[in-house]
Design a protein around this ligand. Sequence first.
Ligand code: PEP
Length: 254
Amino acid sequence: MKKFFIAGNWKMNTTPKSAMELCLLLKNSTKELGAELDILVCPPFTNIQAVAMALEGSRIKYGAQNCYFAEKGAFTGEISLEMLKELGCTYVIIGHSERRKIFNEDNELINKKIISSLSAGINQIFCIGETLEERQNGKTVEVLKEQISVGLKGISPEQAKTIVIAYEPVWAIGTGIAASPEQIQDTHIEIKKYISQLFDDEMKNLILYGGSLDPSNAKSILELRGVDGGLIGGASLKADSFLSIIRIASELQK
Ligand code: PEP
C-alpha cells in the first residue's frame, strides 16, 4: 500500500488571517482520514506563525517555501533554517522552478541549501524539472540528472534517502496542463533509477509529482506506479480543491 504525501505550496498567496482561515477548514476536514496520509502546507514566511497556531492539534504539518543556507548574519531579506525550526517547520521546499528561474538559483546554491537543511534537521522537498524546450529537445533526463547530481553532491546515501523529490516539469506549473500519465511515470522511473545509480544503493525516496495537479487529474496521476504524492500550487489555495485531492489520495490508500 502506498503512503501518500500531499503538499501544498501556497507561493506568495494568503495573509496571516486568510492563511489561518484556510488552515482551520483543512484541519476540521482531515480529522477522520487514515493516519497513513501525510499532509503538508507551505505558506509564505510571514504566515507561518498563524498557520502554526491554526494547525495546533492537527495532523497537518507545515513548512517553508525557501531558506538560506547560512546560519545567520548580513543576508538582508533572507531566512535561516534555525528561524524556521523554531517556528516548528518540519519541511522546506528547495529548488522550486520559480526560485530557479525568477531568482536565479542554480544547482550549486540549491546544494548548499540541501546540505544546511540536513544539518539543521529540517526535511526537504527538493524540486527538479525540465523546461518545455528541454523536453522538446529530448534533454529531460540529462537536465534532471544534472539537477540531482549537483543538488545532492556531498550527501551520504543515508541522508539522500530522507529527501523527498518533487518532479515538477516547468511547463506544467501553473499552466493548467499537467504532464501526461506516461510522461510522469516514465520520468519518475528514470529519477529513481538515477538516484540509485548515483548512490550505489537502492534508493526509495518519495517522489512527488507537481504541475497543474488538481481534483480532475489527481486520481489518474496518484495511482501511477512510482508516484508517491503531489506538490500542489494553485489547487492548494482553496480548501475545497485541496481537500478533494487529499480525499482521492486517502481513497487510493485503502
Ligand atoms: C507548484 O508551485 O509547485 C505547482 C505545482 O503549482 P501548480 O499546482 O499551480 O501548477
